[in-house]
Write a protein that binds this ligand. Sequence first.
Ligand code: ATP
Ligand SMILES: Cc1cn([C@H]2C[C@H](O)[C@@H](COP(=O)(O)O)O2)c(=O)[nH]c1=O
Length: 214
Amino acid sequence: MKGAIVALEGIDGSGITTHSKLLAQRLSSMGYRAIYTKEPTEGPVGQVIRQLLAQGRPEPRLAALLFAADRSWHLCCDPSLPGGVMGALEQGYVVVMDRYKYSSIAYQGASGADPGWLWEVNSFAPEADLLIFIDVPVEVALSRVAERQRREGYEVEGFLRRAKERFYEVLAQAEARGVTVVRLSQVKDDRPLSVDEFSSLVLEEALRFLKTLR
Ligand SMILES: Nc1ncnc2c1ncn2[C@@H]1O[C@H](COP(=O)(O)OP(=O)(O)OP(=O)(O)O)[C@@H](O)[C@H]1O
Ligand SMILES: Cc1cn([C@H]2C[C@H](O)[C@@H](COP(=O)(O)O)O2)c(=O)[nH]c1=O
């Protein structure tokens, strides 16, 4: 099977890391050649990004260019993957991405950068095959972020509300670019779904998509 990029996206505190890792684990246990990876990476540019995020919100064009540079390294050269993301895809991996280019268009867009320019700056990166957007109320996401020892630059209510609005626009634009987009709410009948319940929903959507590639 040719490889595929399954990108999980959402605002801080929506559970992207949790559910990306669980998805990669569950796909692997079912016999898929699946691998988890994240952006920003732990590579040289990713480390610079972390330093800037610890100080606040970077200037949007600077942030966009740094995230794009980190993405370029991730695609070609990240040693945690067999030949970077592109090498893993060539070897037939399902690459489960804990954030990808769509975070940049939403977050740096919400910071004031022009969306058209953001799409252009990230046009070198292949589109995801499947984009799963984890939809949680901002209040729920914020309550989870509040439990952390340290907050990073984007983890403030007003900004996350803007970023979430931008994500809705990005999802439509991604779909227009041929990406299969699935928006999954973490709340059902006014009740937040547990980690296991939501993880099963994510797996179900991923399996439904992967079966179309066979
Ligand atoms: N469906 C869920 N129900 C309850 N708690 C959840 C759910 N999914 C994730 N969590 C919890 O929410 C917290 C944040 O999850 P996680 O670190 O995966 O968020 P994140 O989206 O990656 O945030 P950030 O992008 O800021 O890193 C964790 O404590 C995780 O256990
Ligand atoms: C890939 C990417 C990420 N961000 C933002 C989103 C988060 O606030 C931080 C760090 O991400 P993490 O999931 O908490 O590790 O970076 C961004 O603004 N632009 C991007 O391209």
